[in-house]
Design a protein around this ligand. Sequence first.
Ligand code: GAL
Length: 466
Amino acid sequence: MFPRDFAWGAATSAYQIEGGWQTDGKGPSIWDTFCHEEGRVFGNQNGDVACNSYELWEKDLECIQQLGLTHYRLSLSWARLLPDGTTRNVNQRGVQYYNRVIDDLLACNVSPMVSLYHFDLAQAIQDVGGWKSPGVATLFDNYAKFCFQTFGDRVKLWITINEPQVCAKLGHEVGIHAPGLKEKGTTAYLVGHNMLRAHAMAWHSYNSTYRITQNGAVSLALNSDWLEPLDPGRSEDVTSAERDLIFTLGWFAWPVFVTGDYPELMRSSIETQSKMMGYSGELRLPRFSIDDPPILGTADFFALNYYTSRKVKSGGCSEQILSMKRDLAAEEVLDPSWPICGVSWLAVVPNGLRKLLKYIKDVFNNPTIYITENGFAQVGPLQIEDVERCKFYKSTILEVAKAIEEDEVNVRGYFAWSLMDNFEWADGFSARFGLFHVDFSDPELRRTIYQSGREYAKIISKYKSV
Ligand code: GAL
């Protein structure tokens, strides 16, 4: 059912696993700052130590081998490599760390997929405006070039930015992620814009300078729920669901895969609200300038993070201020038949993934797709025999198989989130997404395989050898 060269992976990110937050010359990131502020994260927890992968990398590698992964997705910490965010100061200890990780993976026949940015902006860059400032794109491009130059001889799959939608919205509109801004209605669009500009600059750098010798592929990882009308017979619900997909996935995928610009529907919805609210400031959804690198075509594959689904109905927003919610003018609800796994937002809907894959095939010109994240959280009492998660992986992977076989979607890989329990952002260590359990009360941070890890290993070994 799966192509022979299908990528069977698991994913992690630097801040969520590494720890060593100020070890060997690492600079602070916005997540270090955010977590050290009272009341930001569940139980005031932080990633100072996390899984201590900075020191315990061999243990992670053992887990990777035990699963039989063909690929491992990790992210680089910008501030570990470039403590002040610029290439003026390179932290060689950071370079050594990632060199070792990459070399060890390759020695075990595991291909690295490397994200340059997974939520952890160098604090020094935040201090000069962060993603709000247009200059961040050049700083990111310099960082990206440094990484391509340093690691690109061995890394063939790159993600520039992970989930720009989440970063923009949760970090700058809702404020529950770093840097914790709640600047409703404007900043998230500006941040998203600069992230797209940064991504495109890095893709062009790779394309013009590194591709010829390194021959890899570069994309950005886009998150989306599957969004479908609450009442398919009600045209307002149908258009609301379409609009929601446009605002969530189209926001970034449209410019990159379809037109080089934001979806018209998104722009017009935002402008309508601006007018209605008597807003006369700068365009809230910026325009790309001719000085920006072209955005269209700046992805060599489609990287999708899928977790859950929602039903959508039309609905205004009662708040009398400009906000993304108001612009969207739709309401998301859960279908009561969907089971909820540990965290409240995560309804278990494996077949939403198949529908979303088909949508991507149809709307974004049949791209090659890697599912770069998908997973199931456990909260409360620890269950090593995590039967529900086993079922979840089996049925999700079956949906991926159907998408490939029946819908002819070009899916090339699947990465489970996550290799091991880790620091789950605002939820701290309370939500466990791992295929391996990490005992955070044990000074050795012992990793123990969950039943779902064994199950995933079985699936991998079955299809790897077909
Ligand atoms: C994604 C994110 C991951 C992980 C996951 C589970 O949005 O990229 O870092 O935390 O969600 O919530």
